[in-house]
Design a protein. Structure first.
Length: 293
């Protein structure tokens, strides 16, 4: 399977091949709709998208691997829906965003960030910077890690983090961004994402809401396609993890009722609150303040 995907991927760059010509033709047609791109930016856009389309991650989702006519398979792939949006529309939306909502300098920043993102095996100096020493000591082989999953924490260089943020706001790589508190506030991650998974909870529900706010913004992907933002709070049952989950969800309900409650996280109060009978949803809805005009 890997060999087959690699062979198809190589054909995306075969200048004499029909697939390469079809790819360039369709991508140029999409980008050509927007006059804001200069010649160099338009060529860079086609090159960047082609780099990502030939990756196994894209091929297995969009490409009909049983079809021998790869040019036709690519044309069909552009119409295939994944995540609620056809691939062609994803590329068009991204092109429109760059053309209509970015100045020339910002367009170049997005394109440069995407050019720097690793699309093959998980290697490279910038990729190494996102893997902690503890992970390497634990025997994790970089080649086994997915290139469309990246880490952004305090140990990652600021310029690398900035490139990851820009690239994550596109329909290309990275598709999954594992972030620490460095991305909890003040950054936009909403243009191509509507899923948030809280793998570490906080006693204060406002902190969780801050994280959710990274994708809950005007012009978000959820707004564009008319689908909800999905929030997940997984926990390990029968552990401190579950106790924290129950406390923070209960506090969240009371926060809607009593605005401005000051949260504390001392052990005694937390133990008492973990034993508190959960507020019934019907009571929660009935008591919640209606602040709409």
């Amino acid at each position: 399977m890997r060999e087959e995907l690699e062979q198809i991927g190589k054909r995306f760059f075969d200048t004499d091949g029909l697939l390469r010509r079809k790819v360039d033709e369709l991508l140029s047609q999409i980008v050509g709709q927007f006059s804001a791109f200069d010649k160099e930016q338009a060529e860079s856009m086609v090159e960047v998208v082609r780099r990502f389309l030939r990756t196994p991650s894209f091929l297995v989702r969009y490409f009909n691997l049983t079809q021998t006519d790869h040019a036709s398979a690519f044309a069909d792939a552009m119409q295939k829906v994944f995540g609620g949006i056809p691939l062609r529309r994803r590329i068009e939306n991204f092109s429109r965003f760059l053309a209509e909502r970015c100045i020339s300098v910002e367009r170049n920043q997005y394109l440069d960030a995407l050019k720097s993102i690793q699309t093959g095996t998980h290697t490279g100096r910038d990729v190494s910077a996102t893997i902690g020493e503890g992970d390497e000591d634990g025997g994790i082989e970089k080649a086994l890690l997915l290139p469309n999953v990246r880490l952004a924490n305090g140990q990652v260089a600021a310029d690398v983090r900035q490139k990851l943020l820009l690239a994550f706001n596109t329909p290309l790589f990275p598709e999954i961004l594992i972030a620490s508190s460095v991305l909890a506030e003040g950054v936009d991650l909403h243009l191509s994402c509507r899923y948030v998974i809280h793998h570490d909870l906080c006693w204060n529900p406002s902190t969780l809401e801050q994280r959710n706010g990274r994708v809950d913004r005007l012009g978000s992907m959820a707004e564009q396609i008319g689908e909800p933002i999905n929030i997940y709070l997984p926990y390990v049952a029968a552990t401190q993890d579950e106790k924290m989950y129950r406390v923070v969800r209960d506090r969240e309900k009371w926060f809607d009722i009593v605005m401005g409650e000051k949260y504390t996280a001392d052990d005694a109060l937390t133990d008492r609150q973990s034993q508190r009978i959960p507020l019934p949803p019907v009571v929660h809805r009935a008591l919640t303040l209606r602040l709409g005009i």
